[in-house]
Design a binder for this molecule. Sequence first.
Ligand code: F6P
Length: 365
Amino acid sequence: MKKRALVLTGGGDCPGLNAVIRAIVRRASQEKDWEIIGSIQAFDGILREPTEVVILDKNAVSGIHVRGGTIIGTTNKGGPFAWPIKNKDGSWSSVDRSDEMIRKLQYMEVDAVINIGGDGSQRISQALYEKGLNIIGVPKTIDNDLSATDFTFGFQTAVQIATEAVDKLVTTAASHNRVLILEVMGRGAGWIALHSAIAGGADVCLIPEIPYDINSVVNKINTRFNKGKGFANIVIAEGAITKDGTQVYEKSNEVGYANIRLGGVALKLMHELKAAGCDADMRETVLGHLQRGGMPNAYDRILATQFGVKAFEMVLEGKFGEMVAYRHPEITSVPLKDAINNYNFISANSYLLKTARGIGICLGD
Ligand code: F6P
């Protein structure tokens, strides 16, 4: 009888998930006594009746390392500790189905679980580990906001996509003598914004780590226009905050979802610039989910493949309750409980910020 590892992808998707799945399966296929199954849409596949799982053998994962998304689906809604249920009156509430799920996994003779996901998913991993489940985490997010790893896969691809957007906006800004504002993702961290602003040669970059003063942005734009550079490009992170602490988000009461959705800060910035006396022609672009779709770049394929091989080796070593991590130059592991405690923000003394300032990018402070 073979041992069985269950793989799942949770939270928002990101380029490289399929490369992790393929690497786990290929590494496991070198062991005679292991088989890999995948749960559809994170833990939902286990919690649904009938159960939705797929066998992941070498055929099933052939060539998927180049594909975006995840072949086993994902969700960032609900989960075993907060399963949404519709009440008779049409309202929604949530129930904890974690014990039931662990019993089901025992019945399915699952020996190990590999949970590929961001901080929300790894919180679930830690809570399930504390309940006795043999679980290993693999970090993923385009936001690069997990502190236990130097980089998450998906981030470099998102930076590439954002940089290409800056490149395109620079040419149209120059043609029209406009100020063009690009809003990129990243939640509470400015990694995608800062990397793409440097790579694309933006003039202003606003990130959540540095609350911005609108007058500083107006001064930068005016200086450029006065020097005869009749256009400017701004990259703003979706989580950017004004000096008075305002952030743009929508609140949703939908059960199972995080109730704050960032987005819309580029439009707000445009109005603020106008109100502060900037009379240039302006337009805003929200890059949105384009940053999460499509092929992973080579870097992310390689990092994801390393994470997949490491995750299965951790299964063989019984390193449960830990998460794969990249600490240059090693692929290593850290306890899940440490991994979920700290976010990875851009620190005030980082060389990346120094670089941005060094080439004259205005950071809004
Ligand atoms: O965490 C990844 C991310 O893409 C964030 O950058 C963004 O704020 C969020 O997910 C969007 O989530 P959703 O796909 O649920 O709108």
